[in-house]
Design a protein around this ligand. Structure first.
Ligand code: ATP
Ligand code: MG
Ligand code: MG
Length: 552
């Protein structure tokens, strides 16, 4: 049970459960004005999880009452993301389905003398609410107009006889209540932007404050779960359903989830996208759900993460490494192992013949037969990672250096470097080495085994890939910290590194976009959508490191 919130009155819940035949009904209610982010994964988990725990149902409800901000692509992506996380909405609904009923109830509210049409400007309204200095509050001059007059004015608003901003419907609440959510909230405003579902059928649109509780009520939601910034709205929520004598769900708040070194708000993400700081809403450095999906995070890892941080009323800022640990642990279980080198260095095994080709069968995951195996070629020319060779040796360096031996993963004998070849500029271009396969002079068992890929045109090996390595987009844990001089100045311009000449062994063929693998000794990777898998062109994204990065 989401832990002991004093707001939940047991009798009330029992009453509600009677109405719904004992079913717990929840809803996940995103506004389709952006892509979902990691915080929404928590909201999804809370709502779907709570319903599931009580054998109830959870709706996906698009809270689509603001035609100015909403777009088709967001609707599509939201459902896709919910399903990707493994949840199936009981029903997919839209607040806009209820525009007529919401309108009828607004008329009803006016007739009950609980709403009025107001023509104040935003400034006047703000002044009546005590202004910036939170001074004395006043009821506006339209508040006392006769019911008949408000009805007629509301009709005019609906008929398009008012310009935007010239008339609003306000709820007649309590200007003297200390809770700002009682200061005659706006219920309807005039907007001439066509709505993606209702077109130009309406030119008045209900606000969040007016719509949310009513649609919860229409849908017989038993537990209206929302984040703590709506705590003060709880009373206005109840005020409205009570004013209309409708079934009243119980609102219950939980803390928002935030992550370090990133921003989640749609407005900020939008700025990053439109200013070209990131490649799009699914740039793998972002923490939108499409972005982390593209980066290779799995639904299992995300769900486990949000489940384990738990449901409390505190807003939490979680370090990104904590999320990464869940991803790493899951990928450790499911990702096949492949050999890849990000910065290739050619090694010629001079004692093997030009046409030497052997095939080795390697396990997709060592010590786990259930993941099967694949074959890789081994030839006279192999590529290792440049970082596994040092021209100037060091006793603590256990990889390849002149005169030194190192093991090649999956290969029975080590190799010993015999010669360093450089170009005119002094850059190392090739290492000549001996393959220690002579049974009469066996080399010592190497301390280290490094990854490699073979040059075998016959096997189409190696596979050249573009490897994208991501760091935190922001340098500080809290980019919004006021000491930093603006979050846009905290961007790490070095947060994307691209290895265009990376090489992967043939096992990568057969992987599709979104397939994950562990590049042994390097990191976990995911095949990016920029790949052309059919043509054998791969772009891979670093998902997470193999171990927690101590630098962070
Ligand atoms: P943003 O401020 O990023 O635009 P929002 O709250 O306006 O977010 P909605 O689309 O309205 O986003 O959110 C749908 C649901 O998800 C709401 O119930 C909201 O409270 C919840 N939610 C949004 N962000 C978080 C978060 N960071 N942690 C937990 N729940 C969240
Ligand atoms: Mg919202
Ligand atoms: Mg929002």
């Amino acid at each position: 049970k989401p832990g002991g919130n004093p707001q939940i009155r047991p009798q009330l819940i029992e009453e509600h459960l009677k109405r719904t035949g004992g079913k717990v009904l929840t809803r996940f209610p995103p506004e389709p004005n952006g892509f979902l982010h990691i915080g929404h994964a928590k909201a999804i988990n809370v709502n779907f999880g709570y319903a599931a725990a009580f054998d109830g149902h959870c709706y996906l409800r698009y809270d689509d009452t603001n035609p100015e901000a909403e777009e088709e692509k967001y609707f599509t992506s939201i459902l896709e993301t919910v399903e990707w996380l493994g949840y199936k909405p009981w029903k997919v609904t839209y607040s806009s389905d209820h525009f007529q009923r919401l309108y009828d109830l607004a008329v009803d509210l006016i007739k009950r003398d609980k709403a009025y049409v107001c023509h104040c400007t935003a400034e006047e309204m703000n002044a009546d609410r005590g202004g910036e200095e939170r001074g004395e509050r006043k009821e506006c001059r339209h508040r006392s107009r006769p019911i008949e007059e408000s009805l007629a004015e509301f009709q005019k608003m609906k008929e398009g006889r008012y310009e935007e901003g010239k008339a609003i419907l306000r709820m007649k609440m309590d200007m003297q209540n200390p809770n700002p959510q009682f200061w005659d909230l706006v219920a309807y405003r005039v907007l001439y932007t066509p709505h993606h579902r209702t077109g130009d059928q309406w030119c008045i649109y209900p606000t969040y404050d007016y719509t949310h509780c009513l649609v919860d009520s229409f849908e017989d939601i038993t537990h209206s779960l929302c984040t703590t910034e709506f705590r003060l709205s709880r009373e206005s929520y109840y005020w409205l359903v009570d004013a209309l004598e409708l079934y009243k769900p119980v609102q219950w708040e939980y803390g928002r989830l935030n992550l370090t070194n990133t921003v989640l708000s749609k407005r900020k993400l939008n700025k990053l996208v439109t200013e070209g700081i990131v490649s799009g809403w699914d740039d793998p450095r972002l923490y939108t759900l499409p972005a982390v999906r593209r980066r290779g995070f799995t639904p299992e890892a995300i769900n486990a993460f949000v489940r384990d941080i738990g449901v409390t009323t505190a807003n939490t800022v979680i370090r990104v490494d904590r999320l990464e640990k869940y991803v790493r642990d899951h990928l450790n279980d499911i990702a096949p192992r492949l050999m890849a080198v990000l910065e290739p260095l050619k090694v010629t095994l001079t004692n093997l013949s030009e046409d030497h080709v052997e095939e080795f069968t390697v396990a997709n995951k060592p010590r786990d037969d259930s993941m099967g195996s694949h074959k890789i070629p081994f030839t006279r020319t192999v590529y290792i990672d440049a970082s596994d060779f040092r021209e100037v040796d060091d006793p603590n360096f256990y990889r390849l250096a002149p005169g030194k031996s190192v093991g090649l993963l999956n290969v029975p004998y080590p190799i010993t470097a015999t010669e360093v070849i450089k170009d005119a500029g002094g850059k190392i271009t090739e290492i000549k080495a001996r393959f220690e396969n002579d049974a009469n002079t066996p080399a010592k068992k190497p301390k280290t085994f490094i990854q490699w890929v073979a040059d075998s045109p016959k096997h189409n090996s190696p596979v050249k890939v573009e490897a994208r390595i991501y760091g935190n987009l922001f340098k500080h844990e809290n980019p919004l910290d006021s000491k930093l001089g603006g979050w846009m100045t905290d961007i790490d311009s070095d947060s994307l590194k691209v290895h265009r000449e990376a090489l992967v062994e043939v096992g990568i063929r057969g992987l599709e976009v979104e397939s994950k693998f562990q590049a042994v000794r390097v990191a976990y990777f995911c095949v990016d959508k920029d790949s052309d898998v059919g043509k054998g062109r791969y772009v891979i994204n670093k998902t997470v490191g193999l171990k927690e990065d101590s630098k962070k």
